[in-house]
Design a binder for this molecule. Sequence first.
Ligand SMILES: [Zn+2]
Length: 298
Amino acid sequence: MRSQRTIKKELTFEGLGLHTGVHTKVRLRPASVDTGIVFHRVNKNASFSAQVGSVIDTAFATTIGNERARVRTVEHLLATLSALSIHNLNIEVDGPEIPILDGSAIQIAELILSAGIKKQKKKMPYIRILAPIVLEDTHSSVAIYPYEGRKITFRLFFKNHFLGEQSMSLDLSEDTFIQEIASARTFGFLKDVEYLRANGLAKGGSLDNAVIFSATHVVNESGLRYADECVRHKILDSIGDFSLIPLPIEGHIVADKSGHTTNIRFLKKLLSCRECWEIANDEVEKEACPVLSYSYIY
Ligand SMILES: [Zn+2]
């Protein structure tokens, strides 16, 4: 059983939000055991934990918040925390969106690794999958199967596009995340850029923070970081979304063309299928286990 972990010292990063175009500063502060991952919108006097009940929007990004304030595009930061097993953290944000940086999670991962990770004096419980859980949406699906470890398989299919099919299967660890996933960037299609802009989205988007594809080629002059960068980025997004159950999940996630909306629907189904999983950690008192405090589980 692993210990709970936080960061050794405070760190900050800042930049433009992909969708809002607003410059935001983020401060990550160490937190004590059993805090979980908690966002604080400074100047708005609003705090909310990174859990599925806080999700208020899943269109083009995952947005969490409450009636007072929100934070958009949390998935890359949350994916990094999940992959590096940071369980307790206070995240102070002075704007409406986590900065997109270079479109990937590598800068955040490097910042956290350079600040250092601190083991805490309490074990971290985790969810062990006992029976398959499957969610089918119109054009996508997500399933999880019993597995010793954290594994994710993703398949992506671009109909009538030169990208075609991409699929990848990964045993998630700190090393595989850094080497295979963290550098994969946000991507989009030239034909969608106008639509996004017309709907007030992607205001901060540029070729510096997203890979853009035309019908026939990669628009960015620098090209791709991986031939299959898209599916790697979808895995990154999924790791972030799945971390909104605030306990690590041991199991094999198999996702087919899923996005934020399907991922969050899947998490709700997982939580409600109480006989499909157990909390593994004999040392944890039921009352002290944060995931069990959510009323919709029972
Ligand atoms: Zn993303």
